[in-house]
Structure formats: structure tokens, C-alpha cells
Design a protein around this ligand. Structure first.
Ligand SMILES: *Cc1c(COP(=O)(O)O)cnc(C)c1O
Length: 393
């Protein structure tokens, strides 16, 4: 059932378009590397593209295709391309749109490796990049060069929760014929539809909200046009960035409850954010659901809800941050995000500890910054846990 008129949750459950010949209610795991042809002629037609048959799992597999179709349906795109991880998805986009002599403009606060590979690996292949504060559109305009071939955004960004205006930047980019890619991991299509706002490509770490159960690593790219879809699918197939069928099956299962999980996590996050905002040991807080967020109005316009990610700063810096980490009991002290369980981490002593002071300042990562991914537990338990951990600070 692929009806475009159905609501989000109905499509999250039913979209994908797979009909099992044996009537299985759930798409089976096609745990196979290769597929039998009916005869030599059929094999030839599958290879030439005259027929749609499956050939080999790196190229395509029914379990993976169902997930690709479902996510593309929810994002409103032409097609989805499953990837072994979110970073594989990032690399599919970089490799498809960049190359020797090309230039990337990207937001300065990105998921760490998305920026690190652009600075350490891609220059070896002749790719240039400029990282700017894209929360101000003028900075993007100034960074565009004649050889800019991709604008890459992440909104809300990790871990600073900065919000970039997808519609305004897409309009600017298209005046220069430059495609725009948005990493939509923090929102998922339930809260934000970058393609509807003008972006050309959306990518996900499905490790986070889409799968939502902290039990797999997976990625996805969705394109608006068939042309971009073909370019990126070629990269995935030939670089071997494919998902495996079991990973796709678990992710498809997680996707079914995406909307209701986010509803609950977001409702919790709003209450947790209000609690933290009034706490004497908290110096500042960034959450798009609070009027104190500098882009509260843009968040309201661009996102269906503020999501479940909160960053806040403790009075007392690094020492206070580590103290709090050592005293949480319900929240897991762990990186990653978007799962059913509340996760807490301290970038200055963990994910971003290797950055220089200067790089941390530029990325807005202060010593007291704590990042919280609010889960679906009972909110009074989450608040009680944070409260007792804050008392230790
Ligand atoms: C986690 C994450 C990634 C990378 O995804 P993996 O599945 O870990 O490879 C990319 N972008 C964002 C915003 C992320 O949070």
C-alpha cells in the first residue's frame, strides 16, 4: 500500500510496496548474496535493465529495497539508497557530487567525521571545502565559488543545535545551479522535510531516530530527482557501501514506530528542557522548543516539532560536566542519539576531546556543554535522575 494520501504513521507502517508471494505479513529477510535467473534471456534482460529482476545483493535486495522505498516515500523523494552506515551515506553524497577541482560549502558545526573526512581525506583527491556558519545565509552566499558543486547542511546541527534555513539556502544555491544536501538525522522525516523545502538530497544516519532502538548502524540517502538517484546509486553499488538484509529488516521494523516514538520523546524533551532552564546549576540551554533558542521562530516554521535533542551548559565547566556524567543512573552515559533510551554525553571530555581549544570554540563546544538525547521513559524518572546527578555537581 503506497497511497500518498495516507498520513505519516500509516505510511511508516505500510509504505515500501513489497508483496510477499507466500503472504507473509512482514517482509522476510532475503538472506542471500545472489539471485537465480529463470533462463539466460532473463539474466541478460536483468543486466541490461529491460527487466527489474534482482541480480546480486550489493546491487539490490528485496528487504533493502522495501526500506529504501519506505524512507523515500516518507521524505517525498524519487528514490532511496540504503547504506551500511550514516557515514557511508555521507560518502555516497560527497563522492557523487565532488571530485578533483570541485568545492564544497558546508555548515561549520557538523557531525564530527562528516567534517573531518573533508579536511583530512578528500583534499588527497583534489576536493576543496569551506566551512561557514550557515545559520546566517549571507555567510553561505560569500563562500560560493565558481567551482562549488555541493552545499551541505546539518540542521539542527550536532552538538550545537544551530538551525539553518533550508528554504533560503536552497533558493540561493539554485540561483547558482548548486545542489543542496541536508543531513536530516536529528529530525527524521517526521519532523522535517528538506526536499519539500527545496533541498535536492537528504541523508540519514538511520542508526539514530529511524531505527531508534540502538541495535544497528545504518544509513540512507534520498534524492529528489532520478538523475541524482542514478548517480548516487552507482556510487553505492560500486564502492560497496550497501546495507545487508538483516540490518535493513531491523531498520524497517524500527521505522514503523518512528512517529509515536518521536511524539513521546519530544514531549519528554520539552519538560526536561523546561526543568533544566530553571535549574541553578545550568548556565545556558539550547532546545528548539524553548523561546530562548536564538532560532526559535525558524525552528517553528521549518520543523513540525522541536525534537528530542538538548544541549546545555553547566556552571563549573569540565569538572562539573564529568561529575554529572559520573552520577547519572537512568540515563546511559553513551554517544549516539535518537533511541528509546535517554543518552547523555559530555563532548569536551568525550566525542570532541581531541579538538584543539580553538576548534572547540569555533564549533561552540564549551567545557561545560552536555548533550542529552531524551528517550521515551517516564519523564518524571528522567527528571529525577538528572536532578540527583546535578546535585553532585
Ligand atoms: C551518527 C551521525 C552520522 C553518522 O552515522 P553512522 O550511522 O554513525 O555512520 C551522521 N550524521 C549525524 C547527524 C549523526 O548523528
Amino acid at each position: 500500500m503506497q497511497d500518498e494520501n495516507l498520513g505519516f504513521n500509516s505510511r511508516a507502517v505500510h509504505a515500501g510496496g513489497f508483496e510477499d508471494p507466500k503472504g507473509s505479513a512482514v517482509t522476510p529477510i532475503y538472506q542471500t548474496s545472489t539471485f537465480k535467473f529463470e533462463n539466460a534471456d532473463h539474466g541478460a534482460k536483468c543486466f541490461s535493465g529491460e527487466e527489474d529482476g534482482y541480480i546480486y545483493t550489493r546491487i539490490g535486495n528485496p528487504t533493502i529495497n522495501e526500506l529504501e522505498n519506505a524512507v523515500a516515500n516518507l521524505e517525498g523523494g524519487f528514490g532511496g539508497i540504503g547504506a551500511s552506515s550514516g557515514m557511508a551515506a555521507v560518502n555516497i553524497v560527497y563522492l557523487a557530487f565532488l571530485g578533483a577541482g570541485k568545492h564544497l560549502v558546508a555548515h561549520n558545526s557538523l557531525y564530527g567525521p562528516s567534517r573531518a573526512i573533508m579536511e583530512s581525506l578528500y583534499p588527497k583527491y583534489g576536493v576543496e571545502s569551506s566551512f561557514v556558519d550557515a545559520t546566517n545565509v549571507e555567510n553561505v552566499r560569500k563562500a560560493i565559488k565558481p567551482n562549488t558543486s555541493l552545499i551541505y547542511l546539518e540542521t539542527p546541527a550536532n552538538p550545537t543545535i544551530g538551525i539553518t534555513d533550508i528554504e533560503a539556502i536552497s533558493k540561493l544555491a539554485h540561483e547558482h545551479n548548486i545542489p543542496v544536501c541536508v543531513d536530516n538525522t536529528f529530525c527524521s522525516p517526521y519532523l522535517q522535510k528538506p526536499l519539500e523545502l527545496g533541498a535536492d538530497v537528504v541523508l540519514h544516519s538511520m542508526t539514530k531516530f529511524i531505527n531508534g532502538h540502538a541495535d544497528i548502524v545504518a544509513g540512507m540517502v534520498v534524492s529528489k530527482t532520478e538523475e541524482h538517484y542514478k548517480m548516487m546509486r552507482g556510487v553505492m553499488v560500486n564502492m560497496g557501501f550497501n546495507m545487508d538484509p538483516h540490518q535493513a529488516w531491523l531498520t524497517r521494523r524500527g521505522l514503523k514506530t518512528l512517529g509515536i516514538r518521536i511524539d513521546r520523546a519530544q514531549e519528554n524533551a520539552q519538560k526536561v528542557a523546561e526543568f533544566l532552564e530553571n535549574h541553578p546549576k545550568v548556565e545556558w540551554i539550547l532546545y528548539p522548543g524553548l523561546a530562548s533558542h536564538p532560532q526559535f521562530e525558524l525552528a517553528n516554521r521549518q520543523m513540525k516539532g522541536p525534537g528530542a535533542m538538548i544541549s546545555f551548559g553547566l556552571k563549573g565547566g569540565l569538572v562539573a560536566g564529568k561529575k554529572m556524567m559520573d552520577h547519572v543512573k537512568l540515563a546511559l552515559l553513551a554517544v549516539s542519539l535518537g533511541g528509546i533510551e535517554t543518552l547523555i554525553q559530555h563532548p569536551a571530555s568525550m566525542t570532541h576531546s581531541k579538538l584543539s581549544k580553538e576548534a572547540k570554540d569555533i564549533a561552540g563546544i564549551t567545557d561545560g556543554l552536555v548533550r542529552l538525547s531524551v528517550g521515551i521513559e517516564n519523564v518524571e524518572d528522567i527528571i529525577a535522575d538528572l536532578d540527583q546527578a546535578l546535585r553532585s555537581v
